[in-house]
Each structure stands twice: as structure tokens, then as C-alpha cells.
Write a protein that binds this ligand. Structure first.
Ligand SMILES: [Zn+2]
Length: 294
């Protein structure tokens, strides 16, 4: 059982909190051992449900609170159907295999030097922030400075500043806008709105902004994605050329749509639309409404 929690850090990644608990309990070896938490997820990792079950005082944390504050669930939720959201939330709570999250988070941890410094001064230790670990975030939203990617002593690679990958000022502004949208999603508690509504919204927005219309919708999307192709290459994190060409079609033209928040945010910002405005519109209309966004 866990007798006491370390001081909580706002926006901390769940795994970071678990790691700090492990350090506090002087546990050596792999986080998730039965010494730390009695019972593990099917993958052997400590999961939110098991962590909460291991607390001496259950008032300290709740599974719902962890999902909302310390995981990527709030960023994915607006783009999920009701049922998909339930399955997704359960998977996160039980740390089951979730490929989507693996796509969202970077593999080399990132940090903001100013956040670290402030936390060391305030509580004597620092945590890994959720927003800093999303692959399309390169600036700390609290301090507006570049994030750093942590180096590896064994590989003799020093820590270095994260490069946004943007080649023009206009691209940089789009990326900054997407970062602000991401931060907004994390705190906005948007309910699941469903893929069909989003698809209808994106279609109408692209028609309004670029004049793309049926019956050549897919062809026009392909041309548009190709025209802006160099721009989202780095910050969309796309490596497959075919996916690069079709990412817009993935968002707006495939029957299943997409649940990838970055693709939605990029499609919105290409049309100059804030996610908060889009959420307000999509929340107020169902998929059958005549679409005339914003
Ligand atoms: Zn910071």
C-alpha cells in the first residue's frame, strides 16, 4: 500500500507521478513491481485503477481525476464516439494496449527548464508534464519558451532544444495556434462529439475556405494536401508519403474518419478555425444539420 503521495504537480504525466511515488518508496527495479502496487495491469505496468486501489487514503486520488488531469484522454475525447470513448477511457484506466497514445507521445522525454526550476524550488523535485510529451508540442505553454529533449549520458548525447521543424513564419504561427488549441482541449472537458459530426464540419469548412466540393471532393483534397505538403511534414509527425498525401482525406472523406486529435487540429487551423469555436459549433449541431460552419 502507498502510505503517502508526493506533492501533486499540475499537468503531470501519470507515469511521472508513479515514478515519483516509486522513488519515494525507495523501490528499485521496474516500476510496476508487486512491491509497489499489489496487482498490475495485463501489461505489467502500474495503471490508474491499481494505483488508486493501492492508496491508504482513497480521497487522495480518483481514477476519474487521474484520467482528466494526467492522461491524454481529454485531448482525444472530443473526436470519439460515445462508445469509443468508454472503451478508450477503460483502456487508459487499466493501461491496456492503446496504440493511439503511443502515437501521441514522444519516445524521448521533453522538459521545460523553467518549469523544472520552479518545481525544484517549490517542492524539491520535478515531474514530466503531459503537454510537453505530445509530439506536436515544442514550446512550454506556461513560459512560451522552447522545450528541451533530454539527452542520454550512456549514448553521449547531450540535452538539446526541440526544433519545431517549421520553415516559414506562417507555418510557425499555425503550429503555435495548434499548441494553444491542444492546451485548451486539455482543460476544456469537452464531451465525446462523434466522428460524423466532425466529418461534416470539416467538409463544410474546407468547402468554405478552399472551395472544395463534391463530386471531386477526394481528388481536390489530394491536391490540397499535396500543395501544403511540406508544411505539416514535421509537426504532423508523418513519415509515410502516402499518408502525407491523404491525411486530409483521412479526416474528412473516409467513412470511419479519424480520432487523431492532431489531424483534426491541423485541418481546423488550415481553415483558420480555433478548436474552441469548432467545438461550440459541433456541440450545437448534429450530423444531419445543414452545415454552414462559423
Ligand atoms: Zn515551462
Amino acid at each position: 500500500m502507498i502510505p503517502a503521495l508526493p506533492q501533486l504537480i499540475q499537468g503531470e504525466l501519470f507515469e511521472s507521478l508513479v515514478s515519483r511515488i516509486g522513488q519515494r518508496l525507495s523501490v528499485t527495479g521496474r516500476i510496476g513491481s508487486r512491491d509497489l502496487v499489489p496487482g498490475k495491469s495485463i501489461q505489467g505496468r502500474v495503471c490508474p485503477e491499481r494505483l488508486v486501489a493501492s492508496l491508504v487514503d482513497p480521497k487522495w486520488l480518483s481514477v476519474a481525476g487521474i484520467l482528466e488531469e494526467n492522461t491524454v484522454l481529454p485531448i482525444y475525447r472530443p473526436f470519439l464516439d460515445e462508445q469509443a470513448h468508454k472503451r478508450f477511457a477503460q483502456s487508459v484506466a487499466q493501461a491496456r494496449r492503446i496504440p493511439r497514445i503511443a502515437q501521441a507521445l514522444v519516445t524521448t522525454p521533453r522538459f521545460c527548464p523553467l518549469c523544472r526550476e520552479a518545481e525544484f524550488v517549490e517542492i524539491g523535485e520535478a515531474g514530466w508534464h503531459l503537454l510537453h510529451q505530445l509530439r506536436w508540442m515544442w514550446r512550454c505553454q506556461a513560459h512560451q519558451n522552447s522545450l528541451w529533449e533530454i539527452g542520454c549520458v550512456l549514448a553521449n548525447s547531450p540535452s538539446r532544444v526541440v526544433d519545431s521543424g517549421c520553415e516559414t513564419r506562417a507555418d510557425l504561427e499555425v503550429l503555435k495556434a495548434i499548441e494553444r488549441d491542444t492546451k485548451w482541449l486539455l482543460g476544456a472537458r469537452v464531451p465525446p462529439l462523434g466522428r460524423l459530426r466532425w466529418r461534416a464540419f470539416h467538409r463544410a469548412a474546407l468547402t468554405k475556405r478552399f472551395g472544395i466540393q463534391p463530386p471531386y471532393f477526394r481528388v481536390e483534397l489530394f491536391k490540397l494536401a499535396h500543395r501544403i505538403r511540406p508544411r505539416p511534414r514535421r509537426w504532423l509527425g508523418l513519415s509515410m508519403v502516402s499518408y502525407m498525401d491523404h491525411w486530409l482525406a483521412t479526416v474528412v472523406a473516409t467513412p470511419q474518419g479519424t480520432t487523431d486529435p492532431l489531424l483534426h487540429l491541423a485541418a481546423l487551423r488550415i481553415c483558420g478555425i480555433k478548436v474552441s469555436e469548432a467545438v461550440a459549433w459541433v456541440s450545437a449541431h448534429d450530423s444531419c444539420s445543414p452545415v454552414n460552419p462559423l
